[in-house]
Design a binder for this molecule. Structure first.
Ligand code: G6P
Length: 609
Protein backbone atom coordinates (compact mmCIF):
# COMPACT_ATOMS: atom_id res chain seq x y z
CA UNK A 1 0.00 0.00 0.00
CA UNK A 2 1.50 3.34 -1.00
CA UNK A 3 2.50 5.58 1.80
CA UNK A 4 -0.16 8.19 2.07
CA UNK A 5 1.64 10.42 4.48
CA UNK A 6 3.24 12.40 1.66
CA UNK A 7 0.01 13.34 -0.09
CA UNK A 8 -0.96 16.20 2.15
CA UNK A 9 1.81 16.34 4.71
CA UNK A 10 3.09 19.91 5.08
CA UNK A 11 1.23 23.12 4.48
CA UNK A 12 2.44 25.37 1.66
CA UNK A 13 5.35 27.45 2.88
CA UNK A 14 5.96 30.95 1.79
CA UNK A 15 9.40 31.46 3.20
CA UNK A 16 11.41 32.49 0.21
CA UNK A 17 14.78 34.00 0.04
CA UNK A 18 14.83 37.69 -0.53
CA UNK A 19 16.14 38.68 -3.89
CA UNK A 20 18.33 41.70 -3.70
CA UNK A 21 16.03 44.36 -5.08
CA UNK A 22 18.08 47.37 -6.08
CA UNK A 23 15.97 50.47 -5.63
CA UNK A 24 14.71 51.79 -8.94
CA UNK A 25 12.89 55.13 -9.34
CA UNK A 26 9.38 54.26 -10.48
CA UNK A 27 8.65 55.74 -13.86
CA UNK A 28 5.22 57.25 -14.44
CA UNK A 29 2.83 54.49 -15.36
CA UNK A 30 1.05 54.66 -18.70
CA UNK A 31 -2.64 54.34 -18.05
CA UNK A 32 -4.51 51.36 -19.47
CA UNK A 33 -8.27 51.83 -19.35
CA UNK A 34 -9.50 50.20 -16.15
CA UNK A 35 -12.70 49.14 -17.84
CA UNK A 36 -12.45 48.72 -21.61
CA UNK A 37 -15.09 50.17 -23.83
CA UNK A 38 -17.46 47.49 -25.18
CA UNK A 39 -16.17 46.01 -28.39
CA UNK A 40 -17.29 48.03 -31.44
CA UNK A 41 -19.12 46.17 -34.17
CA UNK A 42 -16.50 44.36 -36.25
CA UNK A 43 -17.04 46.75 -39.13
CA UNK A 44 -15.96 49.65 -36.92
CA UNK A 45 -13.08 47.87 -35.22
CA UNK A 46 -9.89 49.78 -35.83
CA UNK A 47 -6.62 48.11 -36.74
CA UNK A 48 -4.47 48.29 -33.62
CA UNK A 49 -1.31 50.37 -33.58
CA UNK A 50 1.66 48.14 -34.28
CA UNK A 51 2.91 46.40 -31.11
CA UNK A 52 6.44 46.63 -32.37
CA UNK A 53 8.68 48.59 -30.05
CA UNK A 54 9.70 51.94 -31.40
CA UNK A 55 13.35 50.97 -31.68
CA UNK A 56 14.35 49.29 -34.88
CA UNK A 57 14.87 45.68 -33.98
CA UNK A 58 18.25 44.55 -35.26
CA UNK A 59 17.91 41.63 -37.61
CA UNK A 60 18.32 38.43 -35.63
CA UNK A 61 21.52 37.94 -37.54
CA UNK A 62 22.92 40.56 -35.19
CA UNK A 63 23.13 38.14 -32.27
CA UNK A 64 26.25 38.31 -30.11
CA UNK A 65 28.64 35.54 -31.10
CA UNK A 66 31.78 36.34 -29.14
CA UNK A 67 32.06 33.64 -26.47
CA UNK A 68 33.43 35.95 -23.80
CA UNK A 69 30.73 38.51 -24.44
CA UNK A 70 28.12 35.73 -24.38
CA UNK A 71 29.49 34.44 -21.08
CA UNK A 72 29.21 37.95 -19.64
CA UNK A 73 25.64 38.18 -20.92
CA UNK A 74 24.84 34.73 -19.52
CA UNK A 75 26.12 35.66 -16.06
CA UNK A 76 24.60 39.13 -16.09
CA UNK A 77 21.08 37.95 -16.93
CA UNK A 78 20.99 34.52 -15.27
CA UNK A 79 17.99 34.33 -12.97
CA UNK A 80 18.23 31.97 -10.03
CA UNK A 81 15.57 31.01 -7.48
CA UNK A 82 17.77 29.52 -4.78
CA UNK A 83 15.08 27.82 -2.76
CA UNK A 84 13.49 26.20 -5.81
CA UNK A 85 16.80 25.47 -7.46
CA UNK A 86 15.32 26.91 -10.64
CA UNK A 87 17.31 28.91 -13.19
CA UNK A 88 16.24 30.94 -16.19
CA UNK A 89 18.79 31.68 -18.91
CA UNK A 90 17.71 34.41 -21.33
CA UNK A 91 21.18 35.08 -22.72
CA UNK A 92 20.44 33.46 -26.08
CA UNK A 93 17.62 35.91 -26.79
CA UNK A 94 19.07 39.01 -28.36
CA UNK A 95 17.08 41.78 -26.67
CA UNK A 96 19.07 44.98 -26.23
CA UNK A 97 19.45 47.18 -23.14
CA UNK A 98 17.64 49.90 -25.06
CA UNK A 99 14.71 47.53 -25.63
CA UNK A 100 14.57 46.71 -21.92
CA UNK A 101 14.61 50.38 -21.04
CA UNK A 102 11.90 51.13 -23.55
CA UNK A 103 9.70 48.33 -22.24
CA UNK A 104 10.16 49.17 -18.56
CA UNK A 105 7.07 51.42 -18.21
CA UNK A 106 4.86 48.85 -19.85
CA UNK A 107 6.19 46.15 -17.57
CA UNK A 108 5.66 48.28 -14.49
CA UNK A 109 2.07 48.85 -15.61
CA UNK A 110 1.64 45.13 -16.23
CA UNK A 111 3.03 44.30 -12.80
CA UNK A 112 0.66 46.80 -11.23
CA UNK A 113 -2.23 45.23 -13.13
CA UNK A 114 -1.12 41.83 -11.84
CA UNK A 115 -1.03 43.22 -8.29
CA UNK A 116 -4.59 44.49 -8.73
CA UNK A 117 -5.62 41.12 -10.15
CA UNK A 118 -4.32 39.33 -7.09
CA UNK A 119 -6.24 41.74 -4.89
CA UNK A 120 -9.49 40.75 -6.58
CA UNK A 121 -9.90 43.23 -9.42
CA UNK A 122 -12.21 42.27 -12.29
CA UNK A 123 -9.28 41.20 -14.42
CA UNK A 124 -11.53 39.35 -16.85
CA UNK A 125 -13.67 42.29 -17.94
CA UNK A 126 -15.41 40.49 -20.78
CA UNK A 127 -16.95 38.01 -18.37
CA UNK A 128 -16.99 40.36 -15.38
CA UNK A 129 -14.93 37.96 -13.32
CA UNK A 130 -12.05 38.05 -10.90
CA UNK A 131 -9.00 35.93 -11.70
CA UNK A 132 -8.01 33.97 -8.63
CA UNK A 133 -5.86 30.96 -9.48
CA UNK A 134 -2.96 32.46 -7.49
CA UNK A 135 -5.10 32.37 -4.34
CA UNK A 136 -5.30 28.58 -4.63
CA UNK A 137 -1.71 28.27 -3.43
CA UNK A 138 -1.81 31.11 -0.93
CA UNK A 139 -5.37 31.50 0.31
CA UNK A 140 -4.32 34.42 2.52
CA UNK A 141 -4.30 36.47 -0.67
CA UNK A 142 -7.96 35.79 -1.42
CA UNK A 143 -9.86 39.09 -1.29
CA UNK A 144 -12.44 37.87 1.22
CA UNK A 145 -12.49 35.56 4.23
CA UNK A 146 -15.26 33.58 2.56
CA UNK A 147 -13.11 32.77 -0.46
CA UNK A 148 -10.17 31.89 1.77
CA UNK A 149 -12.37 29.48 3.69
CA UNK A 150 -13.66 27.92 0.48
CA UNK A 151 -10.12 27.36 -0.77
CA UNK A 152 -8.88 25.91 2.51
CA UNK A 153 -11.90 23.69 3.04
CA UNK A 154 -11.74 22.34 -0.51
CA UNK A 155 -8.05 21.49 -0.15
CA UNK A 156 -8.70 19.72 3.14
CA UNK A 157 -11.62 17.81 1.61
CA UNK A 158 -9.44 16.75 -1.33
CA UNK A 159 -6.70 15.48 0.96
CA UNK A 160 -9.13 13.68 3.23
CA UNK A 161 -11.01 12.01 0.38
CA UNK A 162 -7.83 10.98 -1.42
CA UNK A 163 -6.34 9.56 1.78
CA UNK A 164 -9.50 7.56 2.41
CA UNK A 165 -9.56 6.17 -1.13
CA UNK A 166 -5.84 5.30 -1.20
CA UNK A 167 -6.04 3.68 2.24
CA UNK A 168 -9.09 1.66 1.20
CA UNK A 169 -11.37 3.26 3.76
CA UNK A 170 -13.53 4.40 0.84
CA UNK A 171 -13.93 1.49 -1.50
CA UNK A 172 -16.06 0.42 -4.45
CA UNK A 173 -19.21 -1.57 -3.64
CA UNK A 174 -18.11 -4.73 -5.44
CA UNK A 175 -14.57 -5.38 -6.58
CA UNK A 176 -12.24 -8.35 -6.11
CA UNK A 177 -9.47 -6.01 -4.99
CA UNK A 178 -11.68 -4.56 -2.25
CA UNK A 179 -10.34 -1.09 -3.05
CA UNK A 180 -10.16 1.40 -5.91
CA UNK A 181 -7.29 0.59 -8.26
CA UNK A 182 -8.02 2.78 -11.28
CA UNK A 183 -9.02 6.37 -12.01
CA UNK A 184 -10.98 7.14 -15.16
CA UNK A 185 -10.94 10.90 -15.67
CA UNK A 186 -13.61 12.25 -18.01
CA UNK A 187 -12.99 15.86 -19.02
CA UNK A 188 -11.58 17.96 -21.83
CA UNK A 189 -9.40 21.04 -22.32
CA UNK A 190 -8.36 22.55 -19.02
CA UNK A 191 -10.27 19.75 -17.31
CA UNK A 192 -7.86 17.23 -18.79
CA UNK A 193 -4.58 18.79 -19.93
CA UNK A 194 -3.31 19.72 -16.46
CA UNK A 195 -4.14 16.35 -14.91
CA UNK A 196 -2.59 14.60 -17.94
CA UNK A 197 0.61 16.67 -17.75
CA UNK A 198 0.97 16.15 -13.99
CA UNK A 199 0.23 12.43 -14.16
CA UNK A 200 2.87 11.96 -16.85
CA UNK A 201 5.34 14.09 -14.92
CA UNK A 202 4.80 12.94 -11.35
CA UNK A 203 2.86 9.69 -11.03
CA UNK A 204 4.95 7.06 -9.24
CA UNK A 205 5.91 3.92 -11.18
CA UNK A 206 3.28 1.99 -9.21
CA UNK A 207 0.64 4.47 -8.11
CA UNK A 208 -2.10 3.29 -5.73
CA UNK A 209 -4.57 4.13 -8.48
CA UNK A 210 -3.54 4.23 -12.14
CA UNK A 211 -5.13 7.05 -14.11
CA UNK A 212 -6.44 7.07 -17.64
CA UNK A 213 -8.38 9.71 -19.53
CA UNK A 214 -11.40 10.07 -21.73
CA UNK A 215 -10.83 13.57 -23.12
CA UNK A 216 -12.82 13.44 -26.33
CA UNK A 217 -16.16 12.36 -27.81
CA UNK A 218 -14.55 9.73 -30.02
CA UNK A 219 -16.52 6.50 -29.59
CA UNK A 220 -13.52 4.33 -30.48
CA UNK A 221 -11.34 6.19 -27.98
CA UNK A 222 -13.94 5.74 -25.26
CA UNK A 223 -14.33 2.05 -26.11
CA UNK A 224 -10.56 1.61 -25.97
CA UNK A 225 -10.29 3.04 -22.46
CA UNK A 226 -13.20 1.00 -21.16
CA UNK A 227 -11.91 -2.15 -22.85
CA UNK A 228 -8.50 -1.64 -21.24
CA UNK A 229 -10.15 -1.37 -17.85
CA UNK A 230 -12.02 -4.63 -18.43
CA UNK A 231 -13.15 -6.18 -15.17
CA UNK A 232 -11.28 -3.47 -13.26
CA UNK A 233 -14.18 -1.18 -14.11
CA UNK A 234 -15.52 -2.52 -10.82
CA UNK A 235 -12.60 -0.91 -8.97
CA UNK A 236 -12.49 2.28 -11.04
CA UNK A 237 -13.14 5.68 -9.56
CA UNK A 238 -14.64 7.88 -12.28
CA UNK A 239 -13.80 11.58 -12.03
CA UNK A 240 -16.09 13.69 -14.18
CA UNK A 241 -14.47 17.10 -14.50
CA UNK A 242 -16.13 20.10 -16.07
CA UNK A 243 -16.08 23.63 -14.76
CA UNK A 244 -19.19 24.61 -16.73
CA UNK A 245 -20.74 21.21 -16.14
CA UNK A 246 -22.17 21.23 -19.63
CA UNK A 247 -19.37 20.58 -22.10
CA UNK A 248 -20.80 18.21 -24.73
CA UNK A 249 -17.73 15.99 -25.06
CA UNK A 250 -17.56 15.45 -21.30
CA UNK A 251 -21.29 14.81 -21.04
CA UNK A 252 -21.02 12.25 -23.87
CA UNK A 253 -18.11 10.58 -22.11
CA UNK A 254 -20.13 10.37 -18.91
CA UNK A 255 -23.14 8.85 -20.67
CA UNK A 256 -20.93 6.28 -22.42
CA UNK A 257 -19.21 5.34 -19.17
CA UNK A 258 -22.52 5.07 -17.34
CA UNK A 259 -23.71 2.74 -20.13
CA UNK A 260 -20.61 0.59 -19.60
CA UNK A 261 -21.35 0.49 -15.87
CA UNK A 262 -24.94 -0.60 -16.53
CA UNK A 263 -23.81 -3.32 -18.91
CA UNK A 264 -21.34 -4.54 -16.28
CA UNK A 265 -24.06 -4.55 -13.63
CA UNK A 266 -22.26 -1.86 -11.65
CA UNK A 267 -23.79 1.03 -9.72
CA UNK A 268 -22.18 4.15 -11.21
CA UNK A 269 -23.06 6.69 -8.49
CA UNK A 270 -21.07 4.63 -5.96
CA UNK A 271 -17.98 5.12 -8.09
CA UNK A 272 -18.60 8.57 -9.52
CA UNK A 273 -17.04 11.88 -8.43
CA UNK A 274 -17.96 15.26 -9.91
CA UNK A 275 -15.61 18.26 -10.05
CA UNK A 276 -17.60 21.23 -11.28
CA UNK A 277 -19.09 24.57 -10.36
CA UNK A 278 -21.75 24.36 -7.70
CA UNK A 279 -25.27 24.01 -9.14
CA UNK A 280 -24.01 23.28 -12.63
CA UNK A 281 -25.89 20.64 -14.61
CA UNK A 282 -23.17 18.15 -13.69
CA UNK A 283 -23.24 19.15 -10.01
CA UNK A 284 -27.00 18.80 -9.81
CA UNK A 285 -26.87 15.44 -11.60
CA UNK A 286 -24.24 14.13 -9.20
CA UNK A 287 -26.17 15.43 -6.19
CA UNK A 288 -29.51 14.03 -7.30
CA UNK A 289 -28.04 10.65 -8.29
CA UNK A 290 -26.09 10.44 -5.05
CA UNK A 291 -22.57 10.17 -6.46
CA UNK A 292 -19.72 9.25 -4.14
CA UNK A 293 -18.39 12.83 -3.88
CA UNK A 294 -18.55 16.30 -5.38
CA UNK A 295 -15.81 18.94 -5.33
CA UNK A 296 -16.33 22.59 -6.29
CA UNK A 297 -14.71 24.61 -9.01
CA UNK A 298 -14.84 28.38 -8.73
CA UNK A 299 -15.89 30.80 -11.43
CA UNK A 300 -12.73 32.84 -10.74
CA UNK A 301 -10.51 29.93 -11.84
CA UNK A 302 -10.23 29.43 -15.58
CA UNK A 303 -9.99 25.95 -17.09
CA UNK A 304 -6.46 26.55 -18.33
CA UNK A 305 -5.32 27.72 -14.91
CA UNK A 306 -7.15 25.11 -12.85
CA UNK A 307 -4.38 22.60 -12.14
CA UNK A 308 -4.05 23.94 -8.58
CA UNK A 309 -7.79 23.58 -7.99
CA UNK A 310 -9.70 20.35 -7.40
CA UNK A 311 -9.39 19.72 -11.16
CA UNK A 312 -5.71 18.93 -10.82
CA UNK A 313 -5.26 18.35 -7.12
CA UNK A 314 -7.76 15.52 -6.67
CA UNK A 315 -6.44 13.27 -9.48
CA UNK A 316 -2.89 14.01 -8.37
CA UNK A 317 -3.57 13.19 -4.72
CA UNK A 318 -5.28 9.94 -5.71
CA UNK A 319 -1.98 8.96 -7.38
CA UNK A 320 -0.12 9.75 -4.15
CA UNK A 321 1.44 12.85 -5.66
CA UNK A 322 2.26 15.35 -2.89
CA UNK A 323 -0.12 18.14 -3.81
CA UNK A 324 0.92 20.38 -0.95
CA UNK A 325 4.45 20.31 -2.39
CA UNK A 326 2.98 21.29 -5.80
CA UNK A 327 1.18 24.18 -4.14
CA UNK A 328 4.32 25.16 -2.24
CA UNK A 329 6.39 25.25 -5.41
CA UNK A 330 3.77 27.38 -7.12
CA UNK A 331 3.56 29.70 -4.12
CA UNK A 332 7.32 30.22 -4.07
CA UNK A 333 7.32 30.98 -7.78
CA UNK A 334 4.38 33.37 -7.34
CA UNK A 335 6.31 35.23 -4.69
CA UNK A 336 9.31 35.61 -6.99
CA UNK A 337 7.05 36.83 -9.77
CA UNK A 338 5.82 39.71 -7.63
CA UNK A 339 9.20 41.41 -7.87
CA UNK A 340 9.00 44.77 -9.64
CA UNK A 341 12.56 44.39 -10.88
CA UNK A 342 12.27 42.66 -14.25
CA UNK A 343 15.58 40.83 -13.99
CA UNK A 344 14.51 39.42 -10.62
CA UNK A 345 11.11 38.40 -11.92
CA UNK A 346 11.31 35.18 -13.98
CA UNK A 347 7.82 35.53 -15.40
CA UNK A 348 8.56 39.08 -16.49
CA UNK A 349 11.80 37.89 -18.05
CA UNK A 350 9.91 35.27 -20.03
CA UNK A 351 7.35 37.84 -21.17
CA UNK A 352 10.13 40.22 -22.17
CA UNK A 353 11.77 37.51 -24.30
CA UNK A 354 8.47 36.48 -25.85
CA UNK A 355 7.80 40.08 -26.84
CA UNK A 356 11.27 40.51 -28.29
CA UNK A 357 11.27 37.19 -30.15
CA UNK A 358 7.77 37.56 -31.58
CA UNK A 359 7.77 41.37 -32.06
CA UNK A 360 4.80 41.52 -29.70
CA UNK A 361 2.58 40.16 -32.47
CA UNK A 362 3.28 36.43 -32.42
CA UNK A 363 5.58 36.58 -35.44
CA UNK A 364 7.40 33.46 -34.25
CA UNK A 365 6.25 30.20 -32.67
CA UNK A 366 7.18 29.07 -29.19
CA UNK A 367 8.84 25.64 -29.36
CA UNK A 368 8.82 23.92 -25.97
CA UNK A 369 11.60 21.36 -25.69
CA UNK A 370 11.91 19.59 -22.35
CA UNK A 371 14.86 17.22 -22.34
CA UNK A 372 13.03 14.86 -19.98
CA UNK A 373 10.52 12.16 -20.88
CA UNK A 374 8.33 12.91 -17.90
CA UNK A 375 7.76 16.48 -19.15
CA UNK A 376 6.51 15.29 -22.54
CA UNK A 377 3.05 16.78 -22.08
CA UNK A 378 4.25 20.18 -20.90
CA UNK A 379 4.01 21.54 -24.45
CA UNK A 380 0.44 20.31 -24.85
CA UNK A 381 -0.43 21.85 -21.50
CA UNK A 382 1.16 25.15 -22.57
CA UNK A 383 -0.64 25.09 -25.91
CA UNK A 384 -3.89 25.73 -24.12
CA UNK A 385 -2.46 28.03 -21.45
CA UNK A 386 -0.65 30.23 -23.97
CA UNK A 387 -2.80 30.04 -27.09
CA UNK A 388 -6.22 30.14 -25.44
CA UNK A 389 -5.05 33.09 -23.32
CA UNK A 390 -3.20 35.12 -25.96
CA UNK A 391 -4.95 34.07 -29.17
CA UNK A 392 -7.51 36.88 -29.30
CA UNK A 393 -9.11 38.88 -32.10
CA UNK A 394 -9.55 42.14 -30.19
CA UNK A 395 -7.51 43.95 -27.56
CA UNK A 396 -8.97 45.60 -24.47
CA UNK A 397 -9.63 48.78 -26.46
CA UNK A 398 -11.62 46.98 -29.14
CA UNK A 399 -8.88 47.13 -31.77
CA UNK A 400 -8.64 44.10 -34.05
CA UNK A 401 -5.24 42.58 -33.25
CA UNK A 402 -5.52 38.87 -33.99
CA UNK A 403 -2.92 38.21 -31.31
CA UNK A 404 -1.27 35.03 -30.05
CA UNK A 405 1.84 32.89 -29.90
CA UNK A 406 1.70 29.40 -31.36
CA UNK A 407 3.16 26.64 -29.21
CA UNK A 408 4.44 23.22 -30.15
CA UNK A 409 7.05 20.67 -29.12
CA UNK A 410 7.44 17.30 -27.48
CA UNK A 411 10.76 16.34 -25.89
CA UNK A 412 14.44 16.17 -26.51
CA UNK A 413 16.56 14.52 -27.58
CA UNK A 414 13.76 12.65 -29.38
CA UNK A 415 12.66 15.65 -31.42
CA UNK A 416 16.18 16.00 -32.80
CA UNK A 417 15.20 13.02 -34.91
CA UNK A 418 12.04 14.66 -36.14
CA UNK A 419 11.80 18.39 -36.78
CA UNK A 420 14.99 19.91 -35.36
CA UNK A 421 16.41 19.78 -38.89
CA UNK A 422 13.99 22.52 -39.91
CA UNK A 423 14.68 24.48 -36.73
CA UNK A 424 18.42 24.42 -37.40
CA UNK A 425 18.45 25.09 -41.14
CA UNK A 426 14.95 25.92 -42.28
CA UNK A 427 12.43 28.71 -41.99
CA UNK A 428 13.26 30.96 -39.06
CA UNK A 429 9.79 31.26 -37.57
CA UNK A 430 10.29 30.16 -33.96
CA UNK A 431 12.23 30.52 -30.75
CA UNK A 432 12.96 27.57 -28.49
CA UNK A 433 12.46 27.12 -24.76
CA UNK A 434 14.60 24.30 -23.44
CA UNK A 435 13.51 22.76 -20.15
CA UNK A 436 16.63 21.31 -18.55
CA UNK A 437 16.46 18.84 -15.66
CA UNK A 438 19.80 18.46 -13.94
CA UNK A 439 19.15 15.24 -11.99
CA UNK A 440 19.27 12.31 -14.43
CA UNK A 441 18.28 9.51 -12.07
CA UNK A 442 17.59 9.16 -8.35
CA UNK A 443 20.82 9.14 -6.33
CA UNK A 444 22.71 5.86 -6.48
CA UNK A 445 21.00 4.67 -9.64
CA UNK A 446 23.38 6.06 -12.22
CA UNK A 447 25.32 3.76 -14.51
CA UNK A 448 28.18 4.37 -16.91
CA UNK A 449 27.42 2.87 -20.28
CA UNK A 450 30.94 3.70 -21.30
CA UNK A 451 33.87 4.83 -19.15
CA UNK A 452 32.88 8.09 -17.48
CA UNK A 453 29.74 8.53 -19.55
CA UNK A 454 26.08 7.91 -18.67
CA UNK A 455 22.84 8.08 -20.62
CA UNK A 456 22.11 11.33 -18.90
CA UNK A 457 25.36 12.77 -20.10
CA UNK A 458 24.18 12.16 -23.64
CA UNK A 459 20.87 13.86 -22.91
CA UNK A 460 22.72 16.81 -21.40
CA UNK A 461 25.07 16.95 -24.35
CA UNK A 462 22.22 16.80 -26.85
CA UNK A 463 20.45 19.71 -25.18
CA UNK A 464 23.54 21.87 -25.02
CA UNK A 465 24.58 20.88 -28.50
CA UNK A 466 21.19 21.72 -29.96
CA UNK A 467 21.11 25.04 -28.14
CA UNK A 468 24.55 25.91 -29.55
CA UNK A 469 23.76 24.72 -33.05
CA UNK A 470 20.57 26.76 -33.18
CA UNK A 471 22.25 29.87 -31.83
CA UNK A 472 25.13 29.51 -34.29
CA UNK A 473 22.51 29.89 -36.99
CA UNK A 474 20.92 32.88 -35.22
CA UNK A 475 18.01 30.91 -33.73
CA UNK A 476 17.20 32.25 -30.27
CA UNK A 477 16.39 30.17 -27.21
CA UNK A 478 15.59 30.31 -23.52
CA UNK A 479 16.52 27.67 -20.99
CA UNK A 480 14.56 26.93 -17.82
CA UNK A 481 16.53 24.65 -15.54
CA UNK A 482 15.21 22.68 -12.57
CA UNK A 483 17.10 20.28 -10.33
CA UNK A 484 14.64 17.41 -10.81
CA UNK A 485 11.05 16.72 -11.76
CA UNK A 486 9.13 16.66 -8.51
CA UNK A 487 5.88 18.17 -7.23
CA UNK A 488 7.63 21.35 -6.13
CA UNK A 489 9.37 22.00 -9.47
CA UNK A 490 6.25 21.10 -11.47
CA UNK A 491 4.19 23.48 -9.36
CA UNK A 492 6.79 26.16 -9.94
CA UNK A 493 6.84 25.61 -13.72
CA UNK A 494 3.05 25.88 -13.90
CA UNK A 495 3.09 29.06 -11.83
CA UNK A 496 5.90 30.51 -13.91
CA UNK A 497 3.99 30.17 -17.15
CA UNK A 498 0.61 31.21 -15.73
CA UNK A 499 2.19 34.45 -14.58
CA UNK A 500 4.24 35.02 -17.75
CA UNK A 501 1.09 34.68 -19.85
CA UNK A 502 -0.72 37.15 -17.61
CA UNK A 503 2.09 39.71 -17.74
CA UNK A 504 2.52 39.30 -21.49
CA UNK A 505 -1.22 39.73 -22.03
CA UNK A 506 -1.10 43.03 -20.14
CA UNK A 507 1.85 44.17 -22.23
CA UNK A 508 -0.07 43.55 -25.45
CA UNK A 509 -3.28 44.86 -23.89
CA UNK A 510 -5.51 41.83 -24.21
CA UNK A 511 -7.79 39.89 -21.87
CA UNK A 512 -5.99 36.61 -21.16
CA UNK A 513 -8.88 35.11 -19.24
CA UNK A 514 -11.78 34.60 -21.63
CA UNK A 515 -12.17 32.43 -24.72
CA UNK A 516 -14.80 33.84 -27.09
CA UNK A 517 -13.44 31.92 -30.04
CA UNK A 518 -14.32 28.49 -28.67
CA UNK A 519 -17.97 29.50 -28.39
CA UNK A 520 -18.08 29.97 -32.17
CA UNK A 521 -16.97 26.39 -32.72
CA UNK A 522 -19.43 25.04 -30.16
CA UNK A 523 -22.30 26.96 -31.79
CA UNK A 524 -21.39 25.70 -35.26
CA UNK A 525 -21.26 22.11 -33.99
CA UNK A 526 -24.74 22.56 -32.59
CA UNK A 527 -25.98 23.73 -35.98
CA UNK A 528 -24.52 20.64 -37.70
CA UNK A 529 -26.28 18.34 -35.23
CA UNK A 530 -29.56 20.22 -35.73
CA UNK A 531 -29.23 19.81 -39.50
CA UNK A 532 -28.44 16.12 -39.03
CA UNK A 533 -31.70 15.67 -37.13
CA UNK A 534 -33.60 17.25 -40.03
CA UNK A 535 -31.82 15.06 -42.57
CA UNK A 536 -32.69 11.93 -40.61
CA UNK A 537 -36.32 13.02 -40.34
CA UNK A 538 -36.53 13.61 -44.09
CA UNK A 539 -34.88 10.26 -44.87
CA UNK A 540 -37.08 8.49 -42.37
CA UNK A 541 -40.24 9.89 -44.01
CA UNK A 542 -39.02 8.76 -47.44
CA UNK A 543 -38.01 5.36 -46.07
CA UNK A 544 -41.43 4.73 -44.53
CA UNK A 545 -43.11 4.95 -47.92
CA UNK A 546 -44.13 1.88 -49.87
CA UNK A 547 -42.00 1.38 -51.88
CA UNK A 548 -39.11 3.10 -50.13
CA UNK A 549 -38.18 6.38 -51.88
CA UNK A 550 -34.37 6.81 -52.07
CA UNK A 551 -33.56 10.53 -52.31
CA UNK A 552 -30.90 12.52 -54.12
CA UNK A 553 -28.87 15.10 -52.19
CA UNK A 554 -30.84 17.88 -53.85
CA UNK A 555 -34.12 16.28 -52.78
CA UNK A 556 -32.88 15.90 -49.19
CA UNK A 557 -31.68 19.50 -49.14
CA UNK A 558 -34.98 20.78 -50.55
CA UNK A 559 -37.03 18.79 -48.05
CA UNK A 560 -34.80 20.10 -45.23
CA UNK A 561 -35.48 23.61 -46.60
CA UNK A 562 -31.70 24.03 -46.62
CA UNK A 563 -30.52 24.03 -50.24
CA UNK A 564 -27.56 26.19 -49.24
CA UNK A 565 -26.40 23.46 -46.86
CA UNK A 566 -26.18 20.74 -49.49
CA UNK A 567 -22.46 20.19 -48.89
CA UNK A 568 -22.96 19.71 -45.16
CA UNK A 569 -25.92 17.45 -45.90
CA UNK A 570 -23.69 15.38 -48.17
CA UNK A 571 -21.09 15.11 -45.38
CA UNK A 572 -23.77 14.10 -42.87
CA UNK A 573 -25.05 11.39 -45.20
CA UNK A 574 -21.53 10.14 -45.93
CA UNK A 575 -20.89 9.93 -42.16
CA UNK A 576 -24.20 8.11 -41.65
CA UNK A 577 -23.49 5.68 -44.48
CA UNK A 578 -20.00 4.94 -43.15
CA UNK A 579 -21.62 3.95 -39.84
CA UNK A 580 -24.41 1.85 -41.39
CA UNK A 581 -27.06 4.37 -40.37
CA UNK A 582 -28.01 5.28 -43.93
CA UNK A 583 -27.91 3.18 -47.05
CA UNK A 584 -26.70 4.34 -50.45
CA UNK A 585 -29.23 3.00 -52.94
CA UNK A 586 -27.44 4.31 -56.02
CA UNK A 587 -24.05 5.84 -56.82
CA UNK A 588 -21.27 6.28 -54.31
CA UNK A 589 -20.06 8.95 -51.92
CA UNK A 590 -17.06 9.64 -54.14
CA UNK A 591 -19.48 11.12 -56.66
CA UNK A 592 -21.84 13.18 -54.55
CA UNK A 593 -24.20 14.00 -57.39
CA UNK A 594 -24.68 10.28 -58.12
CA UNK A 595 -26.00 9.14 -54.79
CA UNK A 596 -29.53 8.22 -53.77
CA UNK A 597 -29.93 7.49 -50.08
CA UNK A 598 -32.48 5.99 -47.70
CA UNK A 599 -32.61 4.53 -44.21
CA UNK A 600 -32.40 0.82 -43.59
CA UNK A 601 -35.53 0.92 -41.45
CA UNK A 602 -38.58 3.10 -40.96
CA UNK A 603 -39.03 4.63 -37.54
CA UNK A 604 -42.77 5.15 -37.24
CA UNK A 605 -42.44 6.81 -33.82
CA UNK A 606 -40.14 9.38 -35.36
CA UNK A 607 -42.49 9.71 -38.35
CA UNK A 608 -45.50 10.58 -36.21
CA UNK A 609 -43.52 12.43 -33.49
O1 G6P B 1 -14.19 22.42 -17.81
P1 G6P B 1 -15.23 22.65 -18.86
O2 G6P B 1 -16.24 23.67 -18.48
O3 G6P B 1 -15.85 21.36 -19.32
O4 G6P B 1 -14.48 23.29 -20.13
C1 G6P B 1 -13.50 22.55 -20.80
C2 G6P B 1 -12.84 23.49 -21.80
O5 G6P B 1 -13.89 23.99 -22.62
C3 G6P B 1 -13.55 25.03 -23.52
O6 G6P B 1 -12.80 24.50 -24.55
C4 G6P B 1 -12.76 26.16 -22.89
O7 G6P B 1 -12.28 27.00 -23.91
C5 G6P B 1 -11.60 25.63 -22.09
O8 G6P B 1 -10.94 26.70 -21.43
C6 G6P B 1 -12.11 24.62 -21.08
O9 G6P B 1 -11.02 24.12 -20.34
Amino acid sequence: MASISGICSSSPTLNHQNHSTPKRRRTPLPSFPSRPKPFPPRSLAREAPAQLSSITKPHHGGLEKDSRALWRRYVEWLYQHKELGLYLDVSRVGFTDEFVREMEPRFQAALRAMEDLEKGAIANPDEGRMVGHYWLRDSSRAPTAFLKTQIDNTLDAICSFANDVVSGKIKPPSSPEGRFTQILSVGIGGSALGPQFVAEALAPDNPPLKIRFIDNTDPAGIDHQIAQLGPELASTLVLVISKSGGTPETRNGLLEVQKAFREAGLNFPKQGVAITQENSLLDNTARIEGWLARFPMFDWVGGRTSEMSAVGLLPAALQSIDIREMLAGAALMDEANRSTVIRNNPAALLALCWYWATDGVGSKDMVILPYKDSLLLFSRYLQQLVMESLGKEFDLDGNRVNQGISVYGNKGSTDQHAYIQQLRDGVHNFFVTFIEVLRDRPPGHDWELEPGVTCGDYLFGMLQGTRSALYANNRESLTVTVQEVNPRSVGALIALYERAVGIYASIININAYHQPGVEAGKKAAGEVLALQKRVLAVLNEASCKEPVEPLTLEEVADRCHAPEDIEMIYKIIAHMAANDRALIAEGNCGSPRSIKVFLGECNLDELYA
